[in-house]
Design a protein around this ligand. Sequence first.
Ligand code: ARG
Ligand code: GLU
Length: 674
Amino acid sequence: MLTAILATMALSCGICRADNGMWLPSLISERIGDMQAKGFHLTAEDIYSVNQASLTDAVVLFGGGCTGEIVSRDGLLLTNHHCGYSWIQKHSSVEHDYLKDGFWAMDRGEELTNPGLYVRILDRMDDVTSTVLSGYVPSMTEEERDSIAKVNAQAVIQSAVSGGKGLKASIEPLYYGNQYFLFVYKEYTDIRLVGAPPSSIGKFGGDTDNWMWPRHTGDFSIFRIYAGKDNEPAAPSDENVPYHPRRFLKISTQGVREGDFTMVYGFPGTTQEYIHSEAVRYIGEVSDPLKIDLRTRRLQVQKKYMSASQDIRIRYSSKNASVANAWKKWQGESKGLARNKVVESKKDFESRFEAWAKGTPYEGVTARLADLYGKLEKYNRAIDLYRESAATVEIAKAASSFFASDNADLSAFYKDYCLDIDKESFVAVMEFFDQNMDRTMLGDWYLGQLKKRGGIAPWADYLFKKSAFRSEATYRKATKKDPALEFASEMAEWYRSSLLPEASKIMKEINLLYRQYVRGQMEFEPGKVFFPDANLTLRVAYGNVSGYSPSDAIQYDPVSTLKGIIEKDNPDIFDYNIPQVLRDIYAKGGHDDQPVCFLATNHTTGGNSGSPVLNADGELIGLNFDRVWEGTMSDISFDPSFCRNITLDIRYLLFLVKEVGGAQWLIDEMLPAE
Ligand code: ARG
Ligand code: GLU
């Protein structure tokens, strides 16, 4: 039935305009009219085609959380520096620090293998709703529906992956299980590192500029996909040869101007566009502030030690970046939700919806959701508190991993560990946990320890003094009675047995209601264009190059240049200390207008990092790598006046490969003579 609703909607909405959305490539014919009206020159078949080569063949899921794109007939792959970061780090040592100095293979023989790294290329996608629901009749309960769907889905996946090398398949629910889509990928596992700029370029601006405009980060790294001699996926081997894609992206060096059409093709991770006002209120007013508070405490401790010691700065740079990344995003999200009064407008929508829903099967669904969210809140709050406090204690995590995988080697952990930071963070986050947890929900073990140790600070003194995990020299002597292990397991056990079961039970009910509610929203607003929430499946977003006004009296231009890097350059500020080679190149003159990054209105989210940004002719003009802070509420509610994605201009990438990397052979490969 829903397929029917979706189909009629699609028909009636062929001309509907939407400012936002993440569209399924196989259904892009429903949007192509709007895309063309906004300046796109290609057809739906050029984007995705069952029979012929299309842009889809050039886009990859990179390493399970980012996007990348193929830019040569020999499988050359571009993604972000922050996506390649951990792989670059693995090849780095004191003698050759590729993170610091950058890495440039000067021929194919110098490219470096990365066991464990994989990319997936979409082979096909299909609406399998009717197959997945075969055997289901409306008199069944939602649970019965789900178990039928599970069994059918397994069978579809089985047959999809048989008879091909490296085939991977998954069935993903869309609109909370109103529809099911099959995605079949080819997974390539011989992926070699080809090039990366120094971090002072690839991470330029660091966490100071992260999520911000004006931005000047050269956020890219270069890899190459290798395949067996038959061009099919093969395990890493010297025998492998560069992969020849069905289609690779042509690079355009024409540049962008305000208003130009842009399209982002990639793998956005998670959005929640159709949720209830209570869910939005929880995120913006409870969860985000709570998590921000806890992370502020950890960041303060890290900052204190990192600014006092260069050694600690290096050891904590990656941890610090990941703690700071979401911390900053949540601030933008929570502010944006409040600024745009998203809770109020959802509430208003809900009352109009309920007025319409009287006498339909949808009557009362929003009240039932509100009721369930009311029951869920105390569990969700406790879960957030636990995950951002006890679950972040490093010594406890080391202890559990040591025992989880049979006396694991923890030398990598100790290389980047600082006990003083960990201990101070323990006190900072556990005090917050203790002050903010509902006492009646706390476990006996926790309350007992708190009393026995005489408070959080003495508990930390005891734990960090007594645990064998306090140092690399002692951890191998740890016993199952170790206080760090005990802390980790008892807290995790409390979380698993007292919080999760109830929370998952309520969440399951909520998701079943959403299945109804989203269907209801579609019937209620037949003129509106719906897109399925992001779920790390391939999507098209489109928009145009555009600046914005973040606040009164400020207007941002959409393009940044090398001049801005030189303006920010400061050898005394870690985040802004560019390599001397870039200063020298600039000093030679003529590079003031070298474009670096640009803004556009594409609807993107985490996972879209590294996504190709294409022009009206489907040519590569840049790599998506971030959004602006004021617009991060777009995961819940998109506002065209604030929501911007940030793209690395492809011309800056080419400039760096040539001038800083001196890798002309890669330029020749990316820009072949016609
Ligand atoms: N904000 C971007 C993203 O969410 C970049 C993150 C990496 N950079 C950083 N400074 N932490 O992935
Ligand atoms: N940097 C993000 C990523 O890793 C993209 C930014 C966003 O959330 O839009 O995917």
